[in-house]
Design a protein around this ligand. Structure first.
Ligand code: ATP
Ligand code: MG
Length: 422
């Protein structure tokens, strides 16, 4: 579990602002659900025989009332529960996004943490494939806006339940014919959840998977048309994609469209391509959780992994001014001046804690502010302020000439010269 210190948080805020702006531009509205839910919600939605439910959930008994609770291991199930309770799709389909902490007890490594964050997007009440394509197009727009260009989109269709049942039988037969190559995990899954073996990261199993039958060959007319429709829309939008029949996803609720955005950037250590965003359609989940039949699709984007891919330099928040003051009257004038500047949208820190002019000027330098505003007894008495430039627009330290101006014209001075001003 990671701390995010102020120096790193500019990247987080840049991410949050970017995805919020773009999600809104597609008509998504924000939705938030608790990070703790009743344990059965996740068992019923994600599935009993999945990595997440078998070994990654932080589940506990509330000792005050005996309830079985779990820290959410993904965001979709909680949002669907909330949507059912609120009858959210009563007036028609809705697009929502959410962001926040997710918990999985995994072996920590680069890009894999026990508390991580997801940007989550869900379309409730849409049967697709139009909205499926729109989701992927939006994700590309987000990645581009964040300066990430080495991620590829992989898509698959998981078919509907009866198509998967037919496929399952063919798949089990294939693995039984290659039993020697299966590791313990795969053997255990053979009769409970054989499709998860397709997702294995064990080399000998990956080899057997190369020759495994493809679910795409088991699709019937409707699922096939859906998948072809999606591909036509992606092509029309000039969104590049590749078919990957081995995408199965880690939750049982998916059907038809499944997709991942992956990068090879961190494969150097002999690892697998890293998935930065994964999602799919879950047309049966509302009913399964006691709601009305509601087709839906969504994805979860791993924010930590996206931040790893973002360019090193991200527009950094910068104070417009740091106010240095000495004496009681100057202190009052400093606070009044700062409030006035904030009212006009400028970011201003007033020196706190006293000290000499010299030590206050050191703090002003260290604050990264573009200007120091200096108030002594004389300035306070005459309604003026000394303005000293400390940094240029690029944030580099400069030796600027100090100028004494009317305090009423400070805002205009700063606004003309700062990057943060509106
Ligand atoms: P992986 O195959 O890497 O384990 P997953 O299929 O378990 O990923 P999802 O359940 O689809 O992942 O979650 C959506 C996204 O959340 C992933 O694509 C990834 O970016 C991110 N993610 C998943 N697990 C972690 C983790 N432990 N730490 C950080 N990010 C994670
Ligand atoms: Mg996982």
């Amino acid at each position: 579990m990671n701390d995010v210190l102020p120096d790193e948080s500019a990247r987080w805020e840049h991410f949050e602002e970017t995805v919020t702006r773009i999600a809104r531009s597609y008509g998504y509205r924000n939705m938030r659900a608790p990070i703790v839910e009743h344990t059965p919600l996740f068992i019923r939605s994600i599935g009993e025989v999945t990595d997440i439910v078998e070994k990654e959930m932080y589940s506990f008994e509330d000792r005050l009332n005996g309830e079985q609770l779990t820290l959410r291991p993904e965001i979709t199930a909680g949002l669907v529960r909330a949507a059912i309770e609120a009858n959210l799709t009563y007036n028609g389909p809705v697009r929502v996004y959410s962001m926040g902490e997710v918990f999985r007890h995994e072996r920590p490594q680069k890009g894999r943490y026990r508390q991580f964050n997801q940007f989550d997007v869900e379309c409730f009440g849409f049967s697709g494939p139009d909205v499926d394509a729109e989701l992927m197009i939006m994700t590309f727009r987000i990645l581009k806006a964040l300066g990430i260009d080495d991620v590829r989109l992989e898509i698959n269709s998981l078919g509907d339940a009866h198509e998967r049942a037919a496929y399952r039988a063919r798949l089990i037969a294939h693995y039984e014919a290659n039993l020697g190559a299966l590791d313990e995990d795969a053997r255990r899954r053979l009769h409970t959840n054989p499709m998860r073996i397709l997702d294995s990261k064990v080399p000998s199993v990956i080899e057997v998977n190369q020759t495994a039958p493809s679910l795409l060959d088991s699709l019937e007319a409707d699922s096939r048309a859906h998948f072809e429709g999606l591909q036509a829309l992606l092509t029309e939008a000039h969104v590049p994609y590749v078919l990957n029949p081995r995408i199965v996803r880690g939750m049982d609720y998916y059907n038809r469209t499944a997709f991942e955005f992956v990068t090879d950037r961190f494969v150097a250590g002999g690892g697998n391509p890293l998935t930065v965003c994964g999602g799919g359609r879950y047309d049966g989940l509302f009913e399964q959780l006691g709601g009305k039949p509601t087709p839906a699709i969504g994805f979860g984007m791993g924010i930590e992994r996206i931040l790893m891919l973002m360019p090193a330099s991200v527009p950094n928040f910068r104070l417009d001014a740091y106010v240095v003051h000495a004496g009681e009257a100057a202190g009052r004038a400093a606070r009044t001046l700062a409030e006035g500047l904030r009212e006009q949208g400028l970011a201003v820190a007033v020196h706190a804690g006293g000290g000499s002019f010299k030590s206050q000027m050191k703090k002003a330098d260290a604050s990264g502010a573009r200007f120091a505003l200096i108030l002594g007894e004389e300035e306070a008495a005459t309604g003026r302020v000394a303005v000293k430039p400390l940094r240029n627009a690029a944030g580099e330290a400069i030796q600027g000439e100090q100028a004494i101006i009317e305090s009423s014209s400070v805002a205009a001075q700063l606004r003309g010269k700062t990057g943060n001003a509106p």
